[in-house]
Design a protein around this ligand. Sequence first.
Ligand SMILES: [Zn+2]
Ligand SMILES: [Zn+2]
Length: 402
Amino acid sequence: MNINKKKVLYKFIDLQRASSFLMEKQLVRLADSMVNKISSIDDANIDNSTSRLQIFNDEESCLINEYFMKGTITVVDDCVARLPPWLWLIIKPVFIDVEDLRKDIIEYGIHSKEELCNFYKSNASENKYGKDKSSLYLYFATNQDGSNFPIKYRIFPNEYSPIFNKLNGALIQGNFHNHSLYSDGMYSMEELKDFAMKANRSYIGISDHSHYVGGVSSEQLTRQAHEIDLLNRKGGSFLLKGIECEILKDGSLDMDAFTLSILDYVIVACHRHELMTKKEATDRIIRAVENEHSNILAHPLARIYQKKVGMYLDIHKVIDACIANNVAIEINGDPDRLDLPPEYIRYAINHGAMFTIDSDTHKGQSFKNINNAIRIGEDYLIPSEQILNTKLLNELERFFKK
Ligand SMILES: [Zn+2]
Ligand SMILES: [Zn+2]
């Protein structure tokens, strides 16, 4: 098959992966049918045939149109071409070594997700990869398709959506996780302030990414802090100085201690290097949580719906460490994250954790993502005294100062 065909093929595989409304069986069926159809296209006509969508049925065309409209086409790496289609749907090459995977399915005659999972549970896998790595691979193979995602809370706000301002009867005073033009946000700090004021909030925290993931350097963060001082001079201390500081691979933070100390609070989070054994990943997060500057652990698993499974953590140990170090645990309302996963909330409540419910504002209507976190908070009955967003400024300061 020529390279163009492969690229087109992958666009459709990715398209199906991105379709949240289809169950896995349908995805596999569609993928197989598309693969057959695309393989039958004459190389010379591949662009014409696929752009006019004549070879696909209504269901497939509908998916493809939706995909092109979103403009989120990503061409999967060529190396995946050597894997069978059922595997493309559950494995992203970044999480499991593709060469290992290819050899395993040939050597052990693996033909389905179930067989692959059984292999990772077997002695053959443990002998080959060791216990830790086998269970890591099992985790990724089991959850890659998003089947563990709390789909009922995955709601994308639009311009007509109201913004919720109460949780279990308590007023939401503000939120902490908002990106500005200083990193990958689309709104200026003034615009973010405006959103918060319109929602009757009494504060809003600015938390841009740190340098490691394309965000602010120490100089830029200091400049941003000055800018916030100037904005606050006009209208009281409405804007809070924060950061979403990257947790590096070893658990250290991607910003010097002095710069962190000029901020009102520090969010810590992972966005890279998720492929770690349970022990490595858990130790990494706990080290970050134990950092004296850390105040909030954002999206603890670092999962993204159908794109990233998230880290393989001993989540109870992580929650215990947050409680011991006065670090609040975020429930991220981004419809693609919904992380901390709701199934762990009961444990965290019972052990006395503090939570933040948050929006992770970047662009569009994402300031209203907090609604998803509020829905989760209401369904799981998080007491308002365990939610940082219900605190007034002076109480917040006390929590952040530890
Ligand atoms: Zn983040
Ligand atoms: Zn963020």
